[in-house]
Design a protein around this ligand. Structure first.
Ligand code: CMP
Length: 147
């Protein structure tokens, strides 16, 4: 079982599409095991996007990420890292097909709706940036009697 970090970027709350985006992950069968709304501060944004420092889009990416609250969540499931990346679609918007989150909701590569960890090492690093171990709530699928 894998865990991955997903961020719903500030535009998602502004556009009131958080539920629609989260439901893509839930419909696929992924489990939400941690969730919070937060305003990232500059040091967290810089740590999170450290690998992109120096790229031509970096300053605008930081500015956008600081522009409003984000929703951070940990999703759990078999091959969750690759699965979430496929649901999100490619970073380059022109390559993101309809049916993916970016293909359906994003109009610019920088404003690409979601961030999702790209490898087990990134997932581990990013989960630790956003969540303390005590904030993660694993749960088991029941047999339906509590529904
Ligand atoms: P994300 O998955 O959060 O990881 C890095 C972010 O940088 C990416 O989504 C985009 O928001 C942004 N980004 C990556 N490449 C480009 C690009 N070529 N032009 C503008 N923004 C980019």
């Amino acid at each position: 079982m894998e865990r991955t970090l997903v961020l719903l970027k500030p535009g998602v709350l502004q556009r009131r599409i958080a539920g629609e985006v989260i439901s893509r992950f839930e419909r696929k069968g992924l489990k939400i095991v941690a969730f919070k709304l937060l305003r990232m501060d500059r040091s967290l944004v810089e740590a999170h996007y450290a690998e992109h420092r120096g790229r031509d889009f970096y300053d605008k990416l930081v500015e956008y990420t600081l522009s409003g609250p984000v929703a951070a969540m940990i999703l759990e499931g078999e091959d969750a890292i690759a699965l979430v990346r496929r649901l999100a679609g490619p970073t380059n918007l022109l390559e993101a097909p309809p049916g993916t989150i970016r293909g359906d909701y994003a109009a610019q590569t920088r404003l690409n709706v979601v961030h999702a960890s790209d490898s087990p090492a990134s997932a581990e690093r990013e989960i630790a940036l956003f969540f303390r171990p005590g904030e993660i709530c694993p749960w088991e699928d029941g047999n339906g009697e509590w529904f």
